[in-house]
Design a protein around this ligand. Structure first.
Ligand code: ATP
Length: 360
């Protein structure tokens, strides 16, 4: 188990700063996710931790050790890739054994540890199989066993599940988390799949253009996104421009004006005190918009339904707000399906679910 400390890491490819003064501390034993749009620098950051890239400036520590200039094979990290990177001419056991062979371990120890690693990833007895005779999910388990057999200080995972179908992906999510926790492994996991991050991460960082925009637990980031990009990246949301009017008696809750009327909204950070007249955005998640508005409901938003998709567990609506934007609302366990019509419906959302974000 080892902590990871990244201090002011900067990396340029040509003139482009792919990592721009990145600082991050990951605790020992934490499963930490790097999340963000394509090209934001997630893989480049992971490769720096692995030792495949050297930074232009900044430092990188594994525990107390400054590993900034240490070659990859001396860092004690295990890596698992999107393309499993298995050798097709070797069988399962030989693939898994590779890291130990390379380290010149005795044959008896290698055999024992290969058997243990295959058991850990639930591939007991499949050692003699050829790689081509395995399913995608099994191949990914071989890749995991190969990364774990060298007893890494930390496990680095680069979109390890993106080649798997949905069912296997779900299965492997809990497997990977179980293994990391069982062994107290510090894990850094790169993905652009928000469900994967929300369901597996202890904490995560959302990146954009080589910078960390926000670091926090899944719940902190989902409930209190730092800006509109994070709000949209981590889940479905309605982003609505608004102008701050007054603070209310409730700490952090403000009255704001929108094109379709006044709303009460909660600031995304407790240390942010916007001023009257400030331009902001409101992030309202579809599941926070309910149809049960009555005359005393706060944050009423009248409109009419323009589209509905019934998905069994949920019904997803598109609603044209009166004098406002088209918004998405999601009803959970819908018993009554509403249809698109010109008939007036009244949506409402609790002030705690109308999250006020600074406008970029
Ligand atoms: P994705 O989710 O698409 O894998 P990412 O967030 O992992 O993206 P990186 O692979 O880290 O992004 O790439 C960040 C930026 O750096 C991209 O603009 C990419 O084109 C560029 N880049 C990555 N590796 C190199 C390289 N070896 N030489 C030049 N540019 C590179």
């Amino acid at each position: 188990m080892v902590s990871i400390s990244i201090q002011h890491l900067t990396k340029r490819f040509g003139t482009q700063a792919v990592l721009d003064d990145v600082s991050l501390d990951v605790e020992a034993g934490e499963l930490f996710f790097l999340l963000g749009p394509s090209g934001c620098g997630k893989t480049t950051l992971l490769r720096h931790i692995a030792g495949f890239y050297q930074p232009d400036s900044g430092k990188l520590f594994l525990g107390e050790d400054d590993v900034t200039r240490l070659p990859a094979h001396k860092r004690g990290t295990g890596m698992m890739f999107q393309s499993y990177a298995l050798w097709p001419h070797l069988n399962v056991a030989q693939n898994v054994a590779f890291g130990l062979e390379e380290r010149g371990r005795p044959q008896a120890e290698i055999e024992r540890r290969v058997a243990q690693a295959l058991e850990l990833v639930k591939l007991d007895g499949l050692g003699p199989r050829r790689i081509s005779q395995l399913s995608g999910g099994q191949q990914q388990r071989v890749a995991l066993a190969r990364a774990l057999i060298v007893r890494p200080r930390c496990l680095l995972l680069d979109e390890p599940l993106s080649n798997l179908d949905a069912k296997l992906r779900h299965e492997m999510r809990s497997e990977i988390r179980r293994i990391c926790k069982e062994f107290g492994l510090t894990g850094i996991y790169v993905t652009h799949d928000r469900d994967e991050a929300l369901s597996m991460a202890d904490r995560m960082a959302v990146m954009e253009s080589g910078r960390l925009v926000q670091v926090g637990t899944p719940q902190q980031i989902y409930r209190n996104p730092a800006n509109g990009m994070v709000a949209e990246f981590i889940g479905e949301t309605n982003l609505i421009p608004a102008i701050v009017q007054n603070a209310t008696k409730e700490p952090g809750v403000y009255e704001v004006s929108t094109s379709f009327g006044a709303l009460y909204a909660r600031a995304n950070r407790s240390d942010w005190q916007p001023n009257r007249g400030d331009k902001v955005h409101l992030s309202i998640r579809p599941e926070a918009l309910g149809f049960e508005a009555h005359k005393d409901s706060l944050n009423q938003m009248p409109g009419h339904i323009v589209d509905v998709i019934y998905l069994g567990a949920t019904a997803q609506y598109e609603i044209q707000l009166l004098n406002g934007p088209l918004v998405k609302a999601c009803e959970i366990n819908p018993t009554l399906i509403r249809h698109a019509s010109d008939e007036r419906v009244a949506l409402a959302a609790w002030p705690q679910d109308v999250v006020m974000l600074p406008s970029a």
